[in-house]
Design a protein around this ligand. Sequence first.
Ligand SMILES: CC(C)(COP(=O)(O)OP(=O)(O)OC[C@H]1O[C@@H](n2cnc3c(N)ncnc32)[C@H](O)[C@@H]1OP(=O)(O)O)[C@@H](O)C(=O)NCCC(=O)NCCS
Length: 148
Amino acid sequence: MKPPAAAKITYRWRDPIADEEMCDLVLSHGGSPSPGWWPRISRHSLGWVGARDTHRLLVGFVNVAWDGGDHAFLIDTKTRGDHQHSGIGRELVHRAAAAAADAGCEWLHVDFTPDLAPFYFDACGFRSTEAGLIHLRTDPRYSGSDGS
Ligand SMILES: CC(C)(COP(=O)(O)OP(=O)(O)OC[C@H]1O[C@@H](n2cnc3c(N)ncnc32)[C@H](O)[C@@H]1OP(=O)(O)O)[C@@H](O)C(=O)NCCC(=O)NCCS
């Protein structure tokens, strides 16, 4: 169900977000919250965008990780379940990209499952690129490795 079109949403870079709010947001879109995740992760973030409705309810979030230089990484985009498809995700990503540019980053990376291509390519303006991934926890070359 779409929220009322007139619902006013406020977006804020580095919006203070409590762990309980993050867990509630994750639950709302059908995810599995992990208490303590956000306080642990946020320390390593360039910044993040929080979206709130007029009652200050957290309705959207995206995090920006970075390498300390030119590369920023968009991760964990989320919109509250009953607020999806009202443009919040696109606006979150746009604001995160603008903040990364303001911080001096040159590139914004993202990866995602194929079903989300319409969101990231068409709605948010990313272009396709070659990328690679190793799942370190299950790759026998690295899982249980002593680093040698
Ligand atoms: C992906 C997600 C953040 C999109 O948020 P949103 O606020 O609904 O996005 P928007 O309203 O800005 O969508 C703009 C357009 O992107 C596309 N889009 C949005 N969500 C999509 C989805 N889940 N799959 C495919 N395309 C999608 C649609 O074309 C949409 O336009 P429409 O509403 O007219 O159909 C939201 O679906 C979500 O929280 N999903 C669960 C968590 C998740 O999977 N996050 C992605 C991690 S990589």
